[in-house]
Write a protein that binds this ligand. Structure first.
Ligand code: SF4
Ligand code: FE
Length: 483
């Protein structure tokens, strides 16, 4: 059975890479003191491997590969039914509940599902061989239970200019050379979720390319330690708290995400790993389908929201205000908002459909509505949690003061509330809520909700396209007997 244990996964990503962090090159990152900062993101992705081996979660976390017939981690699957689409979002809510952060493996999962149908359609039109290649590539991913990142976002340079008109042609990743063995690409991908702890990445264009931009219409698979690849680790708020001795001040000290800037400096891609090569007319579809799947994936935030609601409720109990009517109202509002997010995640999955390639896709309009909701509701959820927890989330002394014999008794005396939580646990809870509010959950729960899987405007463009305004106008005309 091709399921890695969490330990096997952790060992398998200990490979030398060209990584920079805080101005230092740290190729053997797992041996460096900064591993303390990286580690929570790896503990998080290990959780995916761990849950897949536990009987209670197998139905959600694993499935049977339609390519090999073997049991695989759901994150390496290609959706074969509406049920698969629904189980995907259930899995994402579950992982959000278990980690309270971004668990990073969805991006490659979504890229694979988008590429599965798009490569099939390119082949139908141009008699190319991308779909067969992709299936071969993905069989290896399934066989070795590989963690695959998804790379879409280019730096984009001057936003007012097309890729081909940029002053620096590398502002968008592109082909710089082609030979009988493959292609050489140059450029960068930014905001790369889970790239360092991935074995491979699926690279895609960032927007629909036009005539003259053929070299930018490229998609391929790449190992994350190949020659020419440079990673620069993204900074998170208060990340160096993770280097301190205690754990309390980190908030969510066990789990977290990771974001990187990745530079592709003349990387060689062999033919068998290329899934699109200059077919500009399919770039828009690839971008839209990937974005649609990833906007469905933001079901993850419902799971994280569950934890935040739990933290706010526990905070209310520890303050002795759980039965106060306005607190109850605020908790109801939080649940309502979070379940509204869930409604759109479930709806876009339930209304999925089958592509000619045989795989299933979510409903595009509803997936965009889902992500648009996610750009808003988590802000209100955090506001309400902050309201309930109180101003202490930004005034609380440090763990060191709690542990210092000179001040510990004073903090104990003046910060104890009731028997629900000992003072040290109150510190833990306050810091945990702070980590949501101030963006310490790496990446920030709120900013990621806003910009992940595309900024709000990107969804509004899709909502406008899919909203069928004319059809709605015709409904009026029909009822009123207008011509
Ligand atoms: Fe998955 Fe959510 Fe992280 Fe995106 S933000 S990779 S959907 S957990
Ligand atoms: Fe994301």
């Amino acid at each position: 059975m091709p399921l890695k244990t969490p330990e096997e996964y952790e060992e398998s990503i200990k490979r030398e890479v060209n990584l920079y962090m805080f101005g230092e090159k740290i190729s053997r990152f797992w041996e460096h003191p900064y591993y303390q900062i990286i580690k929570p993101s790896i503990t998080t992705t290990k959780k995916i491997y761990e849950l897949a081996l536990i009987d209670e979660y197998k139905d959600i976390m694993t499935t049977t590969s339609h390519l090999t017939g073997e049991i695989i981690n759901r994150f390496t699957s290609i959706h074969q039914s509406i049920e698969d689409l629904l189980k995907k979002v259930e899995m994402q809510r579950l992982l959000g509940q278990k980690t309270a952060c971004c668990f990073q493996r969805c991006v490659g999962y979504d890229a694979a599902n988008a590429l599965y149908s798009v490569t099939y359609e390119i082949d139908q039109k141009y008699d190319t061989k991308y779909h067969m290649r992709f299936k071969q590539y993905w069989k290896e991913v399934q066989k070795h239970d590989l963690f695959v990142a998804g790379s879409m976002t280019d730096p984009k340079g001057d936003r007012g200019k097309r890729p081909k008109d940029q002053q620096d042609p590398d502002a968008f990743l592109h082909i710089v050379e082609e030979n009988d063995k493959g292609i050489i690409v140059r450029g960068a991908k930014v905001h790369q979720t889970g790239f360092l702890n991935s074995h491979r990445a699926l690279v895609m264009p960032t927007l629909a390319m036009r005539e003259g931009e053929e070299d930018y219409a490229v998609s391929f698979g790449i190992d994350t330690n190949v020659k020419g690849l440079t990673m620069i680790y993204g900074r998170q708020a208060s990340d160096k708290r993770k280097l301190e001795e205690g754990k309390i001040d980190v908030g969510n000290f066990k789990y977290g995400g990771q974001e990187l800037f990745v530079i592709f400096d003349n990387c060689f891609i062999p033919h068998q790993h290329i899934f699109m090569n200059k077919e500009i007319d399919f770039t828009g579809e690839l971008v839209n389908r990937f974005a649609g799947y990833h906007r469905q994936s933001y079901a993850c935030k419902t799971g994280v929201g569950d934890v935040l609601i739990g933290a706010a409720a526990l905070s209310a109990q520890s303050l002795g205000v759980a039965n106060t009517s306005h607190i109850k109202e605020k908790l109801i509002e939080m649940i309502h908002l979070n379940e509204t997010l869930w409604c759109s995640a479930v709806a876009c999955s339930a209304k999925g459909f089958k592509r000619p390639a045989g795989n299933y896709e979510m409903d595009m309009l509803l997936a965009n509505v889902n992500k648009q909701n996610v750009t808003r509701f988590p802000y209100e959820l955090v506001r309400l949690a902050e309201d309930i927890a109180g101003g202490i989330i930004c005034t609380l002394p440090s763990e060191s003061d709690l542990k210092n014999p000179d001040t510990s008794k004073l903090l104990e005396k003046y910060l104890s509330t009731n028997s629900i939580l000992p003072t040290e646990d109150r510190f833990r809870l306050i810091r945990f809520i702070e980590s949501f509010a101030m963006g310490l959950t790496s990446p920030s729960y709120r900013t990621e909700s806003l910009h992940g899987a595309g900024s709000p405007q990107a969804q509004r463009i899709m909502i406008a396209r899919q909203g069928e305004l004319e059809k709605k106008i015709n409904l009026v005309k029909e009822i009123l007997d207008m011509k």
